[in-house]
Write a protein that binds this ligand. Structure first.
Ligand SMILES: *Cc1c(COP(=O)(O)O)cnc(C)c1O
Length: 346
């Protein structure tokens, strides 16, 4: 791997971050806060939240068995995705490589930051070859994005290829594990300390059922986390989100039950869909959704919308012709979908 200094944009490496009021005093147990021009009334939301989210990071660290210094928290995973471009990629000069198809935000963030985005098509089993990704990289490639389980295909990427990529790429590998809690495969977090060029993304939006609070997690070496922390907005995770996340973490047993019933319902839904004449194929999935190949995705999508049922039409996405991406809902929601598709006229 190149050194972190070689991978980081020089202006970011040399940046002196904004020092906010809540950062400057340290350690003392203060009780009179006249430092941040806050309003003394309307407690508790009158006060700026903890810019470093210490309590929440400690809880997540204990839960995930990593150290708090290995955690960055952001306004959804999307914030971390944007920040890695801003930290490592010189606009108009550096580039990134990613599998295709995959989560659309990697490319949107590349476009916003004027960074060349190089796509490498998956094979017919929706798998990638580490060698093909490395072949697409050059001396200006700072990051490679892998999503596993992948969105929109639903499947885990081959673990050996992921390891090969991390071991052989001299830049940063970003592994998006947004759907890992639905998969039997253990998270790569267990080996985080072995790889100084690995960033693992996870989120409160899926298995933790907290999409509305906007909380994403990036796990990496303390040195990478320090860079992301230096360039984030000082108060990027608001107080209500920090509080709610602590509450959600207390509901671990419930979370396990949600995941178990979604997985059980995923099988029921797949069985029901396979009976339908409009369904050609259901792709293997390790997530809470699946990609379904149908007779005419555009027509079926519009038909379902007219019935108030919204799925994701992936017809124009690479390797996903005539595919709908269907999230597993409650048994009642899934039944509504299947009922509507049963009476669809070909
Ligand atoms: C849903 C999803 C996320 C979550 O994004 P948030 O901004 O945390 O809500 C991240 N990555 C992938 C691939 C996703 O599908």
């Amino acid at each position: 791997m190149k050194t972190l200094r070689e991978l980081t944009r020089p202006n970011i490496w040399n940046l002196k971050p904004y020092s906010c009021a809540r950062n400057e005093y340290d350690g003392v147990d203060a009780s009179v806060f006249l430092d941040a021009n806050e309003n003394p009334y309307n407690n508790p939301i009158n006060r700026y939240p903890d810019p470093l989210q210490k309590e929440l990071k400690e809880r997540i660290a204990a839960y995930k068995d990593v150290s708090p210094e290995q955690i960055f928290l952001g306004n959804g995973s999307d914030e971390a995705i944007d920040l890695v471009y801003r930290a490592f990629c010189e606009p108009g000069i550096d580039n990134v490589v990613a599998i295709d198809p995959t989560y659309g935000m990697y490319q949107v963030a590349a476009d916003i930051n004027n960074v060349e985005y190089r796509k490498v098509l998956l094979d017919s089993n929706y798998q990638f070859s580490a060698q093909h990704l490395l072949d697409a990289a050059d001396d200006r490639t700072k990051m490679i994005f892998i999503c596993s389980p992948n969105n929109p295909t639903g499947n885990e990427m081959d673990g050996r290829e992921i390891l090969k990529l991390i071991e052989q790429f001299d830049g940063i590998v970003i592994l998006d594990e947004a759907y890992n809690d639905f998969s039997l495969r253990p998270s790569m977090l267990a080996s985080l300390s072995d790889y100084s060029n690995l960033i693992v993304l996870q989120t409160f939006s899926k298995a933790w059922a907290g999409a509305a609070i906007r909380l994403g997690m990036a796990f990496a070496s303390p040195e990478i986390i320090e860079i992301l922390t230096k360039i984030k907005y000082p108060y990027n995770v608001n107080l209500l989100t920090q509080q709610k996340a602590l509450e959600i973490l207390d509901r671990k047993e419930e979370q396990k039950e949600w995941v178990a019933s979604i997985l059980k319902e995923r099988e029921n839904l797949a069985d029901a869909l396979l009976q339908l004449p409009v369904v050609e194929k259901i792709y293997p999935t390790d997530a809470n959704f699946f990609l379904v190949k149908v007779i005419d995705a555009d027509r079926i999508y519009k038909y379902l919308v007219a019935k108030g049922i919204i799925v994701r039409n992936r017809n124009t996405v690479s390797l996903c012709g005539n595919c709908l991406r269907i999230t597993v809902g409650t048994p009642a929601e899934n039944q509504t979908l299947v009922g509507a598709l049963k009476v669809f006229q070909l």
